[in-house]
Design a protein around this ligand. Structure first.
Ligand code: HEC
Length: 164
């Protein structure tokens, strides 16, 4: 009996495994997903800024917000597969240059990750002034640096991304 239950569990596992293996994310789903990841980035950045400005307390939340940004930048290499650019016909701010110059794009992802990792480190020290400076650096050297060349018109108003 126990063996039968185990076999059933194994069958389920194998079936779901096969389904997951076959799943082909559509361009539309991928684009919408990565836009959500990006919206998360800006939300965490702005949340940190509200804390720094003193609009809200929660200084002890800064590290977690910074970690969320760093974590989502780790996802960037996965969420721009070929076929999800302007030629997909789906509304996207991703420019064709991402796939024409993948080395530069990857480099910007690495640079952005380094900036976000530094934000996590600085946040952990609790030095608010240093966090303020590093947030500006993230805005300029991570977000804006990539958007300038690789993101066209995006649905979110990026004027709100803090760069200083
Ligand atoms: C390596 C390149 C790169 C980096 C780094 C990057 N972005 Fe983006 N971002 C893009 C691209 C490309 C798009 C367009 C995605 C799409 O529409 O398919 C985008 C879109 C966005 C959007 C619009 C999402 C929507 O609703 O359409 C926001 C907001 C955003 N990014 C914020 C940020 C913030 C904040 C950072 C820094 C923490 C950041 N991005 C870092 C490339 C980047």
């Amino acid at each position: 009996m126990a063996r039968m239950a185990m076999n059933a569990a194994l069958m389920m596992f194998l079936m779901f495994g096969a389904v997951a293996g076959q799943a082909q994310d559509s361009a539309e789903a991928t684009i919408q997903y990565r836009q959500k990841v990006m919206q998360g980035n800006v939300a965490h950045l702005i949340a940190i800024v509200s804390i720094i400005k003193g609009d809200v307390g929660h200084v002890d939340h800064i590290v977690s917000h910074a970690e969320s940004i760093a974590g989502s930048l780790d996802m960037l290499s996965d969420i721009f597969p070929a076929g999800t650019g302007p030629s997909s016909g789906v509304p996207t701010g991703a420019l064709a240059k991402i796939w024409e110059d993948p080395d530069s794009f990857e480099q910007l992802i690495k640079d952005a990750k380094a900036e976000a990792d530094k934000l996590v480190e600085v946040a952990a020290t609790g030095d608010i002034e240093a966090v303020r400076e590093q947030i500006g650096s993230v805005g300029r050297n991570a977000c804006r640096a990539c958007h300038l060349d690789f993101a066209g018109k995006v649905s979110y108003n990026l004027q709100t991304v803090p760069t200083e």
